[in-house]
Design a protein around this ligand. Structure first.
Ligand code: NAD
Length: 480
């Protein structure tokens, strides 16, 4: 008998959900993991009202900062205690390798610990106002936050949002992606065990309809959304109606710029900058821009490194690349590969489904490398969100930067060079929220993460994230 999972509202699962039941599956083998009941509009409304009631009552918001911080640390510790169970759930539900899932669960706990740690130091200000008196600037929580999460890093992105939202004393209604609801529900159960008051962290299941209900709800004061740019635009329009605060973390088409003076072998070994999580990564360096003098050498090395990737059962300890989230996603990726071939790009590796019995029931796709790509090709412009990289040549620094900036996106990127002046010049000139020099590591707890242009607005992580879950309040005290 399959387990039935329902939305978590006011510290318990809904006992009589009215919405339709959908299977959540393991994309590596088609196994049905659980049946998930979509929240109805009434159930979303009920979750928001519960969150609002708790916010007004202040059980969490008015808790002394040190106690709130300690409760979040307890939750981080509970995640660590239950890490293996959470990692197995995440790996099975998202098709990601168990090694990655284990890292991501630990990272989730670290995110909570980080915000719990910086919270007591996140103070307001005094202002030297010109009147006869003193100005005080407070940080107030926003209210009910609707948090909408995608399927590629379900646990991590959930905690990017939940941790700062809760740290600031807000109430939360969290909506995981329909494909990957399982770890969000476990998080809510663990939050209760850690001592977060019932009704402060609610989870509603479902897809676009539930996301819309949350984005339009008049009692939701802030929407934090991670997902595609197309959906992000719709969320922004819906939020406009109630002048809701909005953070958007959207798509990307990030570039690695490899200059001829770089350690080219090292740069060409950065295959995980695009193939990590089977390429379903908003930061994926899906465009490698390589200076012409070293282009052929780079392509040859990159293809050789890529050939060694072990793709297979995500649950096996030595697997390096799992499967895509669904067969639809695989079709989408295959469609882009077909477009690349017909546009005249050279397929150097991959471009098909791997062969073998272990791949028959899952949505696997081989890591794929295209060279001789031109900037106008669709594969060089659009986010594929799969294991496909385009390698393009450039001549001058100016041309490389223009190519890097030549898409509507601006999330991440890398610069590979031994010339420090050039590294800084190019890092400043590339229009992206994050850029790494001689590495492809992009995301750090201590630094803001988010996009320029159509990659989004607002920032996750670092103390800046707390700004996006709080309002400034100015208080003037007269001395007359
Ligand atoms: P998506 O936009 O289809 O869905 C994202 C979330 O929004 C899901 O929970 C979905 O159910 C919900 N949703 C769908 N339609 C909605 C609507 N009309 N109103 C409100 N909510 C709605 O994206 P996806 O396919 O789940 O995720 C992949 C995308 O996410 C990629 O474009 C990727 O680049 C992006 N992403 C960005 C970041 C980042 O930090 N910038 C991180 C991870 C993923």
């Amino acid at each position: 008998m399959l387990e039935r999972k329902t939305s978590w509202i006011d510290g318990k699962p809904l006992s009589e959900p009215a919405g339709t039941l959908n299977p959540t599956i393991n994309p590596a083998n088609g196994e049905v993991l659980a049946l998930i009941a979509d929240a109805t509009a009434e159930e979303v409304d009920s979750a928001v009202r519960v969150a609002e009631r708790l916010f007004v009552r202040g059980d969490w918001r008015k808790m002394p900062t040190s106690k709130r911080s300690q409760t979040l640390i307890s939750l981080a510790n509970l995640i660590r205690t239950n890490a293996e169970e959470l990692a197995q759930l995440e790996s099975k539900n998202a098709g990601k390798t168990i090694a990655d899932a284990r890292d991501e669960i630990q990272y989730g706990a670290n995110i909570l610990q980080f915000f719990a740690g910086i919270l007591p130091a996140f103070c307001g200000e005094t202002a030297p106002v010109s009147g006869n008196g003193t100005g005080l600037v407070f940080r107030e929580p926003v209210g009910v936050c609707g948090l909408i999460v995608p399927w590629n890093f379900p646990f991590v992105v959930t905690l990017w949002k939940v941790a700062p939202a809760l740290a600031m004393g807000n109430s939360v209604v969290l909506k995981p992606a329909p494909a990957t609801p399982l770890t969000a529900l476990r998080l809510a159960e663990l939050a209760q065990e850690a001592g977060i008051p019932d009704g402060v962290l609610n989870v509603v299941f479902g897809g676009a309809e539930v996301g819309r209900a949350l984005s339009l709800h008049p009692l939701v004061r802030k929407i934090s959304f991670t997902g595609s740019t197309k959906t992000g635009k719709e969320v922004m329009k819906m939020a406009a109606e109630g002048v809701k605060r909005v953070s958007l973390e959207l798509g990307g088409k990030s570039a690695s710029l490899v200059f001829a003076d770089a350690d080219v072998e090292r740069a060409a070994n950065s295959i995980w900058s695009v193939f990590a999580n089977a390429g379903q990564d908003c930061c994926a360096r899906s465009r490698m821009l390589v200076q012409r003098e070293v282009y052929d050498r780079f392509v040859e090395c990159f293809v050789e490194h890529t050939r060694s990737i072990r793709i297979g059962n995500p649950q096996a300890d030595d697997t390096q690349m799992g499967c895509l989230i669904s067969s639809q996603q695989r079709e989408r990726v295959a469609g882009y590969v077909a477009q690349g071939k017909s546009a005249g790009a050279k397929l150097c590796l991959g471009g098909e489904v791997p062969k073998g019995e272990e791949f028959d029931r899952g949505s696997f796709y081989l890591p794929t490398v295209f060279s001789e790509v031109t900037p106008d090709m669709v594969i060089a412009q659009e986010e594929i969100f799969g294991p496909v990289v385009s390698i393009l040549p450039f001549d001058t620094e100016e041309e490389g930067v223009a190519l890097a900036n030549g898409t509507p996106y601006g999330l991440s990127g890398s610069v590979w060079t031994r010339d420090i002046a050039r590294a800084l010049r190019v890092a400043r000139a590339v229009e992206s929220g994050v850029i790494s020099i001689n590495t492809s590591s992009s995301v750090h707890l201590e630094m803001p993460f988010g996009g320029f242009k159509q990659s989004g607005m607002g920032r996750e992580l670092s103390s800046h994230a707390l700004e996006y879950y709080s309002e400034l309040k100015s208080v003037f005290i007269s001395a007359e």
